[in-house]
Design a protein around this ligand. Structure first.
Ligand code: SAM
Length: 276
């Protein structure tokens, strides 16, 4: 029998009702194609293959490849790729496998790399490749993904996700539905990327630098955390800039929505440019 590997974050779904429900949520139309990350032994893959036009599943563990060949043998619309998802050149991979068709992502993610996988799906112009991204993640991480600005769960990752699209929680899944049972509870969330950029940002890379500076030291006010991204501007100058933009001089980064961050980073970007 196959022994699940902790290092690859292997917790397999054993209650068939769960992959059915996840697969149903993955896309509206049956002519959608699905990219799955980490098919495991194929529980979710089979549900996806029976509902949608084509499934391409990317699995890192070589020991699972023959298992998947066996469990998925009745489907002729599934391809299993033995790859590390993090190393895939995503745009090329999508083009080669789906040839211009509508693509959605659906996965029960390995929890040790949830955020890197999500960012790989969204960064570098990748977000527009997908109609939607439906993934099972830790409930605690789901709370951060869907947090409102100003709440204790709100952070750099929330602002980044809000920049790329809308995020909502679909349902919770308790640990008993997996083998082995994870120590945490799980939730399914759905991200719908914006088709065209929703925010008018001067420099995307700089926006993310400002966001990570703002959350680097959560307890400090923005005036104190922005020095690294403001070319050594004084606190008085920064306080003035914040007030000119309509914020309080003593505001903390965690209060800023993504559109506030866009406004702030655009202003700082212009200021840095003009003083160079
Ligand atoms: N989809 C299956 C299920 O729901 O029962 C398995 C989910 S399990 C939580 C995560 C899967 O992701 C495992 O099969 C694991 O081997 C695979 N995995 C881990 N890291 C990966 C990576 N970097 N690229 C591709 N697959 C990976």
């Amino acid at each position: 029998e196959f022994a699940p590997k902790k290092g690859f974050g292997q917790n397999f779904l054993i209650n068939p009702a769960i992959p059915q429900r996840i697969a149903e949520s993955a896309a509206r139309d049956s002519d959608t194609c699905i990219l799955e990350i980490g098919p495991g032994i194929g529980a979710l893959t089979a549900e996806l293959a029976s509902r949608y036009e084509k499934v391409v599943a990317v699995e890192i563990d070589s020991a699972l490849i023959p298992v998947l060949e066996y469990t998925l043998s009745e489907f002729d619309n599934v391809t299993v790729a033995h790859e590390d998802f993090m190393k895939l050149p995503l745009a090329d991979f999508i083009n080669e496998n789906f040839n211009g068709k509508k693509v959605s992502v659906c996965a029960n993610l390995p929890y040790y790399i949830t955020t890197p996988i999500i960012m790989h799906l969204l960064e570098d112009g990748n977000a527009s490749l997908f109609e939607s991204i439906t993934v099972m993640i830790q409930t605690e991480v789901a709370a951060r993904f869907t947090a409102k600005a100003g709440s204790s769960e709100y952070g750099a990752i929330t602002a980044a996700l809000d920049y790329y699209g809308t995020v909502r929680k679909l349902f919770d899944v308790s640990a008993g539905n997996f083998h082995p049972a994870p120590k945490v509870s799980s939730s399914v969330v759905q991200i719908c990327p914006y088709k065209t950029p929703a925010y008018d940002v001067s420099d995307e890379k700089f926006l993310f630098e400002v966001i990570s500076a703002a959350f680097g030291q959560r307890r400090k006010t923005l005036v104190n955390t922005l020095s690294a991204v403001s070319g050594g501007r004084s606190k008085t100058e920064l306080a003035e800039l914040l007030e000119n933009l309509g914020f309080r001089a003593d505001i903390r980064g965690e209060k800023l929505s993504v559109s506030d961050f866009v406004k702030l980073s655009n202003a700082l970007f212009e200021l840095n440019k003009s003083s160079n």
